[in-house]
Ligand binder design. Structure first.
Ligand code: SDX
Length: 457
């Protein structure tokens, strides 16, 4: 392993050891056993505490500060894996074999190629719109390129309709012998084709989101979009297509770790939004577009961009305390802190914090920003940690890491989106296997029996 990346791996191993020392213990029994519907939940505002479904995709232990993807601990995945392996794991349930990984990497790189979508996006004033608005448009436009659902050649062909009829013929009447074998083959082939079309849409959304994000960063900096280099990894291509510069091994490794960290996170607002849209059997492109819409909010994925603006507003280590005293008095929500589920350190912040420190040490320009962040973390944790269980979340240090990679603040949430498309598509696919449209209730506290009188206005 390259010396530079070994340094990063050592930093991750240290963070993992510290986390395990402080957070060992068992998973929460009430949140990790199969469900016998209906169940009782104590539900607070914003569906706090509500259990929406079962999942094997990921587990967040809020009391301890654990994050698990398909049984693998996030620290182990960051130390040993890559975003290609992890996104495959989330989508398919197992880490890929060498051959599966090779095929998947090739497919993902091909999915960076979205010329029609980029051409359409170029007709918008990209330099004036917020990148998340463009990315959301782009995600919905990806549908034009890859889904044959609207095109003639997708109409069910005669033989598949026969197969459909045959599907409904009870086995005792189904054709026998050779004919029966063909029927089974056709039915299986059609199911495989549909499954492939489904999973290929997920790959295309992951690759397409990266391509759109990279292209818009190029256009916003006055350059043309760049094609992917098939020799590069997903993380390296993403940085290359964004900045026009082949990243160093260290930059590639840091982006890869950040993409792994942001890939999935239970039933957060944007994942839930994507699943709600998918549960109506709408289109996966609209579902992922809804996920992007939800993630863009400053209470959610949009916080990483706010953190950088907030640190610059504070301006110096000396001003942290007075700034915090005023923010507390004004009951201001401090970006990058607090979490609906984590009442302990966000394990992702346990990794991104040391990465930010590592980068700040190398780059004088980010040293002061990192020092302000560390001082603010100290202030917030000492005031809110014990009392309100408020600690840094994933967004607090990610901004400094991206900043150090030369990425503008308004691109931070699109990068979060690129990574999270893996978790969104994986959870949408899993939920659709046992779909039931999401439809909670509202407590009606309005009036009854009002009489409609003419001239009521
Ligand atoms: C992400 O859900 C996920 O998994 C999301 C995410 C993912 O990977 O998908 O982890 C990504 O969205 C991380 C969060 C990024 N957002 C921010 O950093 C924005 C700042 N954080 C807060 O807005 C807040 O902590 C939330 C929105 C994250 C969580 O809000 P909750 O659970 O609804 O908590 P709350 O607003 O009800 O606050 C409870 C108390 C309140 O005080 P009291 O009124 O009880 O006195 O805690 C206080 C809040 O004022 N509080 C904060 C605070 N967060 C909570 N006070 C100051 N600063 C904060 N950041």
């Amino acid at each position: 392993m390259h010396k530079k990346t070994q340094e990063i791996t050592d930093l991750l191993i240290k963070a993992a050891e510290k986390a395990r020392k402080e957070t060992s213990g068992e998973p929460e029994p009430g949140l990790t056993s199969p469900i016998n519907w209906p169940i009782d939940c104590v539900v607070g505002p914003g569906l706090e505490g509500a259990i929406a479904c079962e999942s094997k995709i990921g587990y967040v232990n809020g009391t301890k500060g654990w994050l698990i993807y398909r049984g693998y601990d996030i620290f182990d995945l960051c130390i040993n894996s890559t975003y290609e392996e992890v996104s495959y794991l989330l989508l398919h349930g197992e880490l890929p074999t060498e051959v599966q990984l090779k095929v998947y990497k090739k497919k993902l790189t091909q999915c960076f190629n979205v010329p029609e979508t980029l051409r359409t996006l170029l007709s918008f004033s990209i330099e004036k719109m917020h990148p998340m608005a463009i990315l959301r448009l782009g995600l919905n436009m990806l549908r034009q390129e890859f889904t044959k659902a609207d095109q003639a050649d997708h109409k069910p062909s005669a033989d598949s309709s026969i197969a459909t009829d045959a599907d409904t013929i009870a086995m005792e009447f189904a054709p026998r012998g050779e004919e029966h074998a063909i029927f089974e083959f056709k039915k299986k082939k059609r199911e495989e084709e549909e499954a492939a079309a489904g999973i290929n849409s997920c790959y295309r959304l992951i690759g397409g989101a990266a391509a759109i994000t990279a292209a818009m960063n190029r256009i916003r900096s006055g350059h043309f979009p760049i094609e992917a280099d098939p020799e590069l990894s997903f993380a390296a291509n993403f940085l290359f297509m964004m900045t026009g510069k082949k990243p160093s091994v260290e930059e590639e490794r840091i982006m890869d770790i950040s993409l792994i960290l942001h890939a999935d996170h239970g039933m957060n607002a944007s994942t839930f939004a994507a699943m709600v849209v998918a549960s109506t059997l709408s289109d996966i492109y609209f579902s992922i577009g809804s996920g992007a819409a939800a993630l863009s909010g400053p209470l959610h994925g949009g916080a990483n961009e706010q953190v950088i603006h907030m640190l610059k507003e504070i301006g110096s280590v000396e001003n942290v305390k007075p700034w915090f005293v005023k923010a507390r008095k004004d009951k201001r929500k401090i970006s990058g802190f607090g979490h609906r589920v984590y009442k302990a350190y966000d394990p992702r912040a346990r990794i991104l914090g040391p990465l930010a420190k590592h980068l700040a040490k190398q780059n004088k320009e980010f040293g002061p920003l990192f020092k302000i962040a560390k001082e603010l973390e100290k202030e917030v944790v000492s005031s809110f940690g014990k009392e309100k269980k408020i600690f840094p979340n994933v967004d607090f240090y990610s901004g400094i890491v991206y900043h150090a990679l030369g990425i503008p603040a308004e691109m931070f949430t699109p990068i979060f989106t690129v990574s999270r498309v893996a978790g969104w598509t994986a959870r949408v696919n899993e939920y659709l296997e046992n779909n039931r449209i999401f439809r909670p209730r509202a407590m009606y506290i309005g009036p009854f029996n009002k009489k409609y009188l003419n001239g009521n206005l």
